[in-house]
Design a protein. Structure first.
Length: 478
């Protein structure tokens, strides 16, 4: 077992590829609490959870002092502060204060978990945890919490120091080794981080975060096959871990195991990973690892675009551009194929609503839902249909944006505005005029004549002047 007194990150120059891998991994660790898969379901016992409840304290350890009951006008945290002030030598009182500062009662809406400046909001709990550890140096839980809080505040060396102390106090504590590994990863000390992760897994082989980070550390050292194995073991422990599926898919793609990669990308895409949706669409577009299927490519690129993936948006726009082109026999054939694919995609949307009866060939699922008063379901479908070149969906979206719906959906929905903004970058006059009208009249946005002029700049001068006059004389719809 290795006990860490510091890091040895100055190991000489690394190649550009390794450095790039390192940057990605450091960002992964530093922003781990923001990862969707962990934000909702952190691994049990992992220090990734920065808000341990009070009952986490072991019954063998001295429990925190109970906070006195407060008047209804005093906040929960004020009560804990008062308890720590009245009992300055009570380690439990200071620990409860730290917990209260970072994990306020769910019913206390006036006391946010973090202030607008996260580093400032961590100063008081860090001080409370330091006081706790000074008063009761052998108490493990506050030291673990202090290490994680220091890490979150950006004090990597301080976090490493606390985790090292925990290892000295309790060598069998897997969370301490995991915390050390995260700090060493932030220092880009891959070999030491690997040792720390293996120590954590030796003490607790079910520690999902350690398995996941081990895969990333091995990848950063260029050990692709070992990294693949680590991610597979991660998924054996947590099959629904979508980010692990995505990273495993990327590695399998790197070693040319395309069919296996597709399976992982599909699971990650279904779990909401935007990059996986993009790669899956790319695979269907190019036929790598799967039979070519334009409808599936359109489907996954639209779903990735919904999550803000820029490359998927660019790929989708390229398909739309080709579908509208017919200035040569070759482009006419490509356009016809893509127009059919977009039409088939729109038809496939009926499958998501088996209770509805498909209408005529050009019937809109979104409009059908809207007519049934199912507004919340209709809007995402209308946007998907509009991306797939449905003129009726496009027109209805513009009307819903300005007027809302009879069912109660308010006007100026930001999802529609985002779609219209994205369409306006395609240099299509109709899309630009629609958005120009919104900014000219200040429909859900501040009036912006400068943006209106920029949007209409590509039009002929006479047409620009006519549109400006038309917009000026237009009566409000509401």
């Amino acid at each position: 077992m290795m006990v860490y007194y510091g890091c040895t990150h100055c190991r000489g120059r690394q190649q550009t590829v390794m450095a790039a891998r390192g940057v990605v991994l450091v960002l992964l660790v530093l922003f781990w609490p923001c990862a969707p898969s962990w934000a909702e379901d952190p691994p049990t016992g992992s220090p990734a959870s920065l808000s341990p409840p009070a009952q986490r304290i072991s019954p063998q350890e001295t429990p925190p002092a109970s906070a006195p009951h407060s008047a209804s006008s005093r906040s929960h945290v004020d009560v804990l502060r008062e308890a720590a002030r009245l009992h300055p030598n009570d380690a439990g009182a200071h620990y409860q204060l730290a917990l209260g500062l970072l994990t306020p009662p769910s019913g206390d809406a006036a006391q946010p978990a973090l202030a607008p400046d996260p580093s400032a909001s961590l100063l008081e709990p860090i001080q409370a945890l330091r006081t706790t550890s000074r008063l009761k140096p052998e108490w493990i839980e506050p030291r673990l919490f202090l290490g994680e809080t220091l890490f979150r505040a950006g004090d990597i060396d301080g976090a490493l120091s606390e985790y090292t102390r925990v290892v000295h106090l309790r060598r069998q504590e897997p969370r301490a080794h995991l915390g050390l590994a995260k700090g060493l990863i932030a220092k880009q000390d891959w070999p030491a981080a690997q040792v720390a992760l293996k120590d954590a897994l030796r003490e607790d082989p079910t520690l999902v975060e350690a398995r996941y980070l081990l895969g990333a550390v091995l990848y950063s050292q260029g050990r692709l096959r070992a990294s693949i194995d680590a991610y597979r073991k991660t998924l054996w422990l947590k099959p629904e871990f979508t980010d692990a599926h995505h990273r495993l898919g990327l590695l399998l793609k790197l070693v040319n195991r395309e069919r296996e990669a597709i399976k992982e990308f599909r699971l990650a895409a279904q779990g909401g990973v935007p990059e996986a949706r993009y790669f899956l669409g790319q695979a269907y577009r190019t036929g790598r690892g799967v039979a070519p299927d334009l409808v599936q490519a359109i489907h996954w690129w639209i779903r990735a675009t919904e999550l803000g993936h820029g490359q998927a948006l660019a790929a989708l726009k390229q398909l739309r551009r080709v579908a509208r082109a017919n200035n040569s026999p070759k482009t006419s054939k490509q356009a016809a194929d893509l127009l059919k694919a977009f039409s088939d995609y729109r038809s496939s949307l009926w499958q998501d609503f088996p209770e509805l009866s498909p209408g005529p060939e050009e019937a809109s699922v979104g409009l059908t839902l809207l007519n049934l008063g199912r507004d919340s379901e209709a809007l995402p479908v209308l946007i998907r249909e509009a991306w797939a070149l449905s003129e009726s969906a496009q027109a209805r979206l513009e009307g819903v944006y300005e007027q809302g719906t009879p069912g109660g959906m308010p006007a100026f929905d930001q999802r529609i505005l985002r779609y219209l903004e994205q369409c306006a970058t395609e240099d299509l006059p109709a899309s630009r005029v629609t958005l120009a009208r919104i900014y000219f009249r200040g429909l859900g946005v501040p009036k912006d004549d400068g943006k209106v002029k920029a949007l209409l700049k590509s039009l002929p001068k006479a047409e620009r002047a006519g549109l400006w006059e038309s917009l000026s004389s237009e009566k409000p719809l509401r």
